[in-house]
Design a protein around this ligand. Structure first.
Ligand SMILES: NC(=O)c1ccc[n+]([C@@H]2O[C@H](COP(=O)([O-])OP(=O)(O)OC[C@H]3O[C@@H](n4cnc5c(N)ncnc54)[C@H](OP(=O)(O)O)[C@@H]3O)[C@@H](O)[C@H]2O)c1
Length: 246
């Protein structure tokens, strides 16, 4: 992944949910491509992620922002004066039928959907000034029933719809809004499956490529979407699922 199209030198990137997993891989991908990268996560400081599997905060700026609160998003520090790329990779899932009850439903919708809109709106001005782009991490759960997780599935379907609508609304401002929808990547969100031999085997049997996606593969799609190579791509969510939904 080299060449001028993938050179983000001089660009500033904010990755919400960049403290872990896919978002962290995206943050490190942009950093390796020359960008100044800032991430948001839930813990008090970057050092609170030290030694955590899937959390490499080396070389990244960090702020604690609980995006389940619209007020926290409005008040969040933005220690940069321009923003070229906004990545929205925050996400949670709740098990044991918690998403069927109002508190669980509300929490998942607040983190996975409401915050996507609120953070995007918060940085609309900076993205417009830079002619930048926003990238929303959705899920194949947007397109299929997700056993036991109604809020997760609904939030991801809504995120796909939001990408379309913001893509249309902000294209005239010079902002490209796109997203991608992974199937399964080994992160703390999915360890309940990926690190469980039987569940993992069952899941892999449904994926034509016969393996889980890697964090680097997700980062590659995010970099592509933010790059001039995707300059005419607007409002799309790219399915990155090893063939699962085929
Ligand atoms: N892994 C997969 O197979 C998969 C598949 C499809 C879609 N996705 C989507 O990919 C995105 C990233 O998930 P992941 O798999 O990388 O999981 P992850 O490692 O758990 O990362 C989730 C990120 O969201 C942040 N976050 C959660 N609640 C938050 C809150 N209230 N305020 C601020 N940040 C919050 C987490 O912060 P902390 O680090 O502080 O917890 C973390 O940075 C999610 O949108 C997920 O739905 C993942």
């Amino acid at each position: 992944m080299t060449g001028p199209a993938m050179d983000f030198t001089g660009k500033t990137v904010l990755v919400v949910g960049g403290s872990s997993g896919i978002g962290n891989g995206i943050a490190q991908g942009f950093r390796a491509a020359g960008a100044a990268v800032h991430v948001w996560g839930t813990r008090a400081s970057a050092t609170d992620y030290a030694g955590e599997d899937g959390s490499d905060l080396h070389g990244l700026g960090y702020s604690q922002v609980d995006v389940s609160s619209a007020q926290a998003i409005a008040d969040a520090p933005a220690p940069f004066d321009r923003l070229d790329v906004l990545v929205l990779s925050q996400g949670i899932v709740l098990y044991k039928r918690q998403e069927f009850e109002a508190p669980g439903w509300d929490r998942v919708m607040a983190v996975n959907l409401d915050s996507v809109m609120h953070v995007a709106q918060r940085f609309h001005g900076m993205l417009k000034a830079a002619g930048g782009s926003a990238i929303v991490v959705s899920s194949v759960a947007a397109y299929r029933a997700t056993m036991g997780n109604p809020a997760y599935a609904a939030s991801k379907a809504a995120a796909v719809a939001l990408v379309r609508t913001l893509g249309q609304a902000w294209a005239a401002d010079g902002i490209r809004v796109n997203g991608f929808a992974p199937s399964i990547v080994d992160t703390k969100l999915t360890r309940v499956t990926t690190r469980h031999p039987e569940r993992s085997e069952k899941a892999l049997a449904k994926i034509p490529l016969g393996r889980f996606g890697t964090i680097e593969e997700m980062a590659g799609v995010a970099l592509f979407l933010a790059s001039p190579l995707a300059g005419y791509v607007v409002g799309q969510t790219i399915v990155v699922d090893g063939g699962l939904t085929l």
